[in-house]
Design a protein around this ligand. Structure first.
Ligand SMILES: CC/C=C\C/C=C\C/C=C\C/C=C\C/C=C\CCCC(=O)CC(=O)SCCNC(=O)CCNC(=O)[C@H](O)C(C)(C)COP(=O)(O)OP(=O)(O)OC[C@H]1O[C@@H](n2cnc3c(N)ncnc32)[C@H](O)[C@@H]1OP(=O)(O)O
Ligand code: NDP
Length: 312
């Protein structure tokens, strides 16, 4: 009986400590959410950082929306993607709508020999913002060994999702450091925060982007550089193949408008209020439960995709 009492006291303090810790974490998250999305603040970007913004994969989806938001802030925009026709069309739209200068570079980030051309095209530009947005995912969630053309997929996905982030940062960061200012926005994914089976290679590349962003921010924040890791859940774009936006699946325009409010305030963000809530819940789940749920989710999308493919 006597020896049970100190144990009960110990458990009491462990319990109280855990409750206090969770209460503090939740209050801090709510305070930050209110500060970012409730109070709002001016754009954390603009020509004062350097007149040009560079957006990789800037002709569709999330990248196109970043290019438009940055142009709205008065920045000149460089768009980089594969198709010159799409580049011409989107850059014309941006020039006409926002009255800013634009530049285009046609390059395929699946290749490794494009960076000399990009370097030459960017020479002499004062780049204030780099958005490392380009990324590719699976056609549909699939088991590792069943991925069509696996060897080629591995190489392509690593080049587009990882190599592009490192190489573009290498090209742009020296100028930012020289001018002691600059913002780098790296588009990771919620599947880079927590593993997402059946999107295994993709999820792992996005984990790389998240770690890379956090480390570079820590290395260069004292030089006036702000690096952000953006971790969206599903957004309605060609990549997700979700056609109809919903409460949890915003359009890319709504997503980016919201994510831009976090620039300068948060080094890691899910970018959208409901996505942040989802991120908080997911991070509190035991990892075995999370993995079971995400595997279940992946399997159900896979089944729907394969059923649809069989019909067509
Ligand atoms: C609060 C959270 C609490 C607990 C969570 C617990 C556990 C965690 C579980 C899941 C984790 C959650 C999110 C994942 C994390 C990160 C995701 C990041 C994604 C990312 O980074 C980008 C990608 O890589 S996307 C993956 C690659 N692309 C694909 O796999 C495309 C596959 N999809 C398709 O081919 C088609 O969409 C389809 C065949 C599945 C359906 O097409 P269709 O018949 O044409 O139907 P609709 O497009 O009209 O859609 C109908 C409804 O289905 C929903 N839906 C469609 N696609 C998806 C999808 N990929 N993921 C989720 N939901 C999808 C769509 O919203 C419609 O819903 P309703 O309106 O409700 O009917
Ligand atoms: N949509 C979603 O649900 C989520 C997306 N993300 C991330 O957001 C980023 C953008 O995704 P999203 O907007 O959905 O993608 P989209 O497929 O809608 O757009 C992709 C853009 O990248 C360009 N692009 C694709 N492949 C290459 C390549 N090899 N070389 C050069 N450019 C290329 C495309 O232009 P073109 O085809 O002309 O080359 C297009 O401009 C990605 O990094 C993705 O991982 C993260 C979480 C969720």
């Amino acid at each position: 009986m006597e020896s049970a009492l100190p144990a009960a006291g110990f458990l009491y303090w462990v319990g109280a400590g855990t409750v206090a810790y969770l209460a503090l974490r939740i209050s801090y998250s709510l305070f930050m959410a209110f500060r970012v999305w409730g109070l709002g603040h001016g754009p954390g970007v603009g020509p004062e950082l350097g007149e040009w913004a560079v957006v990789t994969g800037g002709t569709d989806g999330i990248g196109k929306s970043y290019a438009e938001e940055l142009a709205k802030c008065g920045m000149k925009v460089v768009l980089i993607s594969r198709s010159q026709d799409k580049l011409n069309e989107v850059s014309r739209e941006i020039r006409e709508k926002f009255k800013v200068e634009t530049k285009t570079i046609a390059a395929d980030f699946a290749s490794e020999d494009i960076y000399d051309k990009i370097k030459t095209s960017l020479e002499g530009l004062k780049i204030g913002v780099l958005v490392n947005n380009v990324g590719i995912s699976y056609e549909y969630p699939e088991y590792f060994l069943e991925i069509p053309d696996l060897d080629n997929t591995i190489k392509k996905m690593l080049n587009v999702n990882i190599l592009s982030v490192c190489k573009m940062t290498h090209l742009v960061l020296p100028g930012m450091v020289e001018r002691s200012k600059g913002v780098i926005l790296n588009i990771s994914s919620a599947s880079g925060m927590n593993p997402f089976p059946l999107l295994t290679i993709y999820s792992a590349t996005k984990g790389f982007v998240d770690f890379f962003s956090q480390c570079i921010h820590e290395e260069y924040k004292s030089k006036g550089i702000f690096v952000q890791s953006v971790l969206p859940f599903f957004v309605a774009t060609k990549m997700s193949k979700i056609r109809k936006p919903s409460l949890t699946v915003p359009t890319s325009e709504a997503y980016v408008k919201s994510a831009m409010k976090t620039v300068g305030l948060k080094t890691r963000t899910n970018g959208y209020p409901i996505h942040s809530l989802m991120g908080t819940i997911v991070c509190m789940l035991p990892s075995s439960l999370y993995l079971k749920l995400s595997m279940y989710r992946g399997k159900s999308i896979r089944a729907r995709y394969l059923k649809k493919a069989k019909k067509n």
